[in-house]
Design a protein around this ligand. Structure first.
Ligand SMILES: Nc1nc2c(c(=O)[nH]1)N[C@H]1C(S)=C(S)[C@@H](COP(=O)(O)O)O[C@H]1N2
Ligand SMILES: [Mo]
Length: 200
């Protein structure tokens, strides 16, 4: 009985809840390590560079001229909250990567935010309809504290991989740990394998 009030905030477990996670329900927590930037979309751009045949930069308008793509489903934060029924829209990373043309030697990607936040991902986790640059949430412009005007969205991995205020993807021939990965988070971050922190 004493625990009821505490546990009452947590919903019953569901099959699609990865191990060690709880359903945050309507809440959409904000987790930001740096100061939330103010970004004028007209001055923001998205680049794909590094080991690619055609390093490419898209303006806000150029990105919006590409076919829109949406994600509907859950997101999972390593601090144990998951949120179901999210809807994001933007552009599939497949389009951006195909335009830039990864070289055969490219195996990993370092995503960089306007703030300097970085996170690393294997290239094959960003292709095949698994990742987006997203600029709407729930049909509305992505709020600034959730990464607006645009963020990376890689929902099959822990949400720290989804860099807010993303501006650049750099293709590399090696795995280069990003901000949290240098600070003890694991390199891949698969929620179904509970790849959380070094030493777990
Ligand atoms: N630039 C930047 N991106 C970031 C972070 C951050 O601190 N800075 N935090 C990551 C973490 S740990 C999580 S859980 C999600 C949180 O996104 P939200 O604040 O929209 O919930 O953003 C990820 N992307
Ligand atoms: Mo997180």
């Amino acid at each position: 009985m004493a625990q009821r009030g505490f546990l009452g905030r947590r919903r019953p477990p569901r099959d699609d809840l990865p191990p060690g996670q709880y359903d945050t329900g309507e809440d959409f927590p904000v987790l930001t390590a740096e100061v939330t930037p103010v970004i004028d979309p007209e001055r923001w751009s998205m680049s794909v560079d590094g080991l690619v045949a055609n390093p490419t930069t898209w303006s806000w308008a150029e990105l919006h001229a590409l076919p829109e793509s949406t994600y509907a489903g859950p997101i999972h934060c390593v601090t144990t909250w998951s949120k179901f029924g999210t809807t994001f829209a933007g552009v599939s990373l497949d389009l951006l990567l195909d335009a830039a043309g990864p070289l055969p030697s490219a195996t990993h990607v370092l995503a960089t935010s306007t703030t300097g936040y970085t996170t690393n991902l294997p290239l094959d986790h960003l292709r095949g309809g698994q990742a987006w640059v997203a600029w709407t949430y729930d049909g509305k412009p992505l709020p600034r504290d959730h990464g607006g005007p645009a963020r990376l969205l890689v929902p099959h991995l822990y949400f720290w991989k989804s860099a807010k205020w993303v501006t650049r993807l750099t293709l590399l021939d090696h795995d280069q740990p990003g901000f949290w990965e240098v600070n003890g988070y694991l390199n891949l971050g698969d929620p179904w394998r509970e790849q959380r922190y070094t030493g777990d």
